[in-house]
Structures are given as structure tokens and as C-alpha cells.
Ligand binder design. Structure first.
Ligand code: PGA
Length: 253
């Protein structure tokens, strides 16, 4: 029912030549968009270059945006500009943004509203620290993040929204949550969306897993009922490895 998605998050990697080369390499190979949504999130200055060269089955995302429409916010990028550039998705509330740039649940909520206002599909990131997991407070923590992030959003928006569950302790560390752990917390996230809206909404919302996803573990993750795909950092930088992930997520014809 829910179409799988693989979203590559390049973070602050790849110069223009490398970014374009990657797109040329994968464009022809990406499975059809009727099977899987394939997304690449790049640094802002090359977004337009990539949008112009994206094939039919690939869409480009920004890694962040500002919550306000315009104004004196040096160094920031607006949702309106992303829309102008032809960007389809925007990652909101990545744990690196929350940790290094003090992004709060309240600003994440404003950004979600602003993204929808400009026709961008947000990929909302949530996830707990190792400390929170070890204290047995993961479920409560992610439920709180979801509740704050979704405030004021309508059912149709939440159906379109993509959520990425990314335990902070699994990002870039080589430690993947086990497929069971990931599926269990994603189930908790789906239940909390259902409690805030209803099951007809939470059945539609795609929830990805993120944190050291790679070709060696994608099959096990994607086989889980509640895991609709992956948000991938390190393993999205190499075209071959990225394509392996996308192919693994595309339902077998
Ligand atoms: P990783 O990053 O795949 O390199 O762990 C995931 C992310 O931060 O989105």
C-alpha cells in the first residue's frame, strides 16, 4: 500500500562535478517511480543543477530550510526558493541540525507548516540518543517528538509526510538498530500518528529507518512490515551502493 522510498542524504559531501557525475550514473538505472520513490538530498548550491538533470525516476531534496518566508536571516534558504528551484522534498529536523544548530521541536513544527505551504514534501527526522534508549525512554521520547512536530497539521498533510526514524546512536557509527528494534520503534511512531489522527492516516504515512543503512542490511530492514524504506547517509555517496539500496526496496515485480 505504501510505496517504498530510498532517500540519500549526502550531507556536506560532493563538489559540483561529483554530484553531477553521480546523477548521470544513476539516472538510467533507477527503478521506475511506480515501484519506489528515489530521492537525493544535496547541498543547496547544486540543487538547481541536479533538478535540471534528474531523470523521471529521481527527485531532489534539500537538507534543511528556514521556517520564515523571507527576511534578514543571513545564510538561510527559504521554502519559496526551494520550490522555485524545482526541489520536491526537504529534510526537516535531522539530528545533526538539532544537535549542532539547536533546532527545537517548535521550530521543526514551523518548518513543516512552511514546507507544505510551498508544496514541498517534508522528510521529518526523529530519534533518540543512546542515553535515552538505555534509560528505557525511547518510546516516550519519540512520541513526544512526533506530537510536537505534527501540531496543527491536517490529515492530508500527515498522509503525505515522510517520517524518518533515525536513532542518533546509529547515525554514521556503523551501529545499525536491529531490524526488530527499528520495526518496533517505527510501530510506536505509527501508533502515535494513529492516536493523533486515526489509522486511515497512519496507514498512509511512510516511515523510513535511518542509521548506518547499507547494502548488507537493507534486505532485512525492508522486509519488516512497518519499515517503508530508508534515509541513508554514508552508503548513498557511492552510486553502486545507492542503487543496490533502491533496487532492494523496489517490490519484486
Ligand atoms: P548514515 O546517516 O547512513 O551515514 O548513518 C544517516 C543519516 O544521517 O540520515
Amino acid at each position: 500500500m505504501r510505496k517504498p522510498m530510498i532517500a540519500g542524504n549526502w550531507k556536506m559531501n560532493k563538489n559540483r562535478d561529483e554530484a553531477l557525475q553521480f546523477i548521470y550514473n544513476v539516472n538510467q538505472e533507477v527503478p521506475g517511480k511506480e515501484f519506489v520513490d528515489t530521492v537525493i538530498a544535496s547541498q543547496d548550491p547544486v540543487l538547481r543543477d541536479l533538478v535540471k538533470r534528474q531523470g523521471d525516476n529521481l527527485r531532489i531534496a534539500a537538507q534543511n530550510m528556514h521556517e520564515k518566508t523571507e527576511g534578514a536571516f543571513t545564510g538561510e534558504t527559504s521554502a519559496e526558493l526551494l520550490e522555485n528551484l524545482g526541489v520536491a522534498y526537504v529534510i526537516i529536523g535531522h539530528s545533526e541540525r538539532r544537535a549542532y544548530y539547536n533546532e527545537s521541536d517548535a521550530s521543526v513544527n514551523k518548518k513543516l507548516h512552511q514546507a507544505f505551504r510551498y508544496g514541498l514534501t517534508p522528510i521529518l527526522c526523529v530519534g533518540e540518543s543512546l542515553e535515552t534508549r538505555e534509560a528505557g525512554e525511547t518510546d516516550m521520547f519519540v512520541k513526544g517528538q512526533i506530537k510536537e512536530a505534527l501540531k496543527g497539521l491536517g490529515s492530508e498533510q500527515v498522509k503525505e509526510l515522510v517520517i524518518a526514524y533515525e536513532p542518533i546512536w546509529a547515525i554514521g557509527t556503523g551501529k545499525t538498530a536491529s531490524a526488530d528494534q527499528a520495526n518496533e520503534t517505527i510501530g510506536v511512531i505509527r501508533e502515535s500518528v494513529s492516536a493523533l489522527y486515526d489509522a486511515s492516516v497512519s496507514d498512509m504515512t511512510r516511515i523510513l529507518y535511518g542509521g548506518s543503512v547499507k547494502p548488507a542490511n537493507i534486505d532485512e530492514l525492508i522486509a519488516k512490515e512497518d519499515i517503508d524504506g530508508a534515509l541513508v547517509g554514508g552508503a548513498s555517496l557511492d552510486p553502486k551502493s545507492f542503487l543496490t539500496l533502491v533496487e532492494a526496496a523496489a517490490p519484486k515485480k
